[in-house]
Write a protein that binds this ligand. Sequence first.
Ligand code: FAD
Length: 296
Amino acid sequence: AESVELCIIGAGPAGLSAAIYAGRAGIATKLFGRTPKFAADYEIDNYYGFPETILGRDLHERGLAQAARFGVPAIEEQVLGLHMAEKGFEVVTAKSKVLACAVILATGVARNRPKIAGLSEFEGKGVSYCVTCDGFFFKNKPVVALGEGNYAASQALELLNYTPHVTLCLHGKKSAIDEDFAARLNKAGVVVVEQAVERLEGENGLDRLVFKDGSTLDAHGLFVAMGEASGADFAQSLGLQTSGAYIEVDREQATNIPGIFAAGDCTGGFLQISTAVGEGALAARAAIAYVKKHCR
Ligand code: FAD
């Protein structure tokens, strides 16, 4: 795996602002992220310095170009996992692995929670959002990874470390799993079901999923992994303090784990471009100081 001083996850206003500061400070930085939601034909009317308004798309492109000018181009790869490593942190994408001494999470608003009757009732009693945290409790039990993309596929494969009885459920969505992951699921014997889950049932914990057509599937664990991994998912697998789905940070954007910082919508507060940009700058300042002290 390639080693860097800093990895930024998220290419929205918070991540790009952090990248500009880190790049200018000469920190070896990698940035992963895709086009954020606001970067389309929306007029941004309240961002400082654009009295004529600017389209979200144009503002985003300017930010990308500015970060690239300082040596931090955005790499359009989804991050699937973030783990503690011997020294620093391991960032796993669908295509690569990076070892980073420090990480800034700038992943935007929190996780996708599917609408399934009984979901919150079974949280902690079978429903989980983190295989790294909870997979162990389901040794040799039937489990389901729920989601339509590579994140769910990676969670299903990780579940095989604990049990051979793994099903992947697309929850009624069109599969967005790439060929490589599909081949790995197939080889490992993971069954893929397409139907949407309607409700959960169980006596002293989860026993089964009930699909829209009334059919059932025995499952003691349901690992929710819809869409992309969110800041809340990374927070859970690392043990970051959260408040609801938001990552808790101090005034310097530091989390409770040394070397991990967070900025922008994933930390809650005023969900605006201006605050995301400001928090990205603060997170970079703190990460730059951390890297100089601990990584060189
Ligand atoms: P985001 O901009 O959400 O960026 C998140 C980044 O993280 C993306 O690059 C995404 O691809 C990446 N990411 C997430 N998960 C992963 C993963 N697993 N792997 C890799 N990358 C990942 N605010 C204003 O101030 N003014 C406005 O007029 C305004 N209009 C808006 C209009 C719309 C339609 C929307 C949706 C929002 C609007 N907002 C506006 C809010 C503003 O867009 C957000 O507050 C701001 O973008 C937050 O920035 P962020 O960097 O924290 O997150």
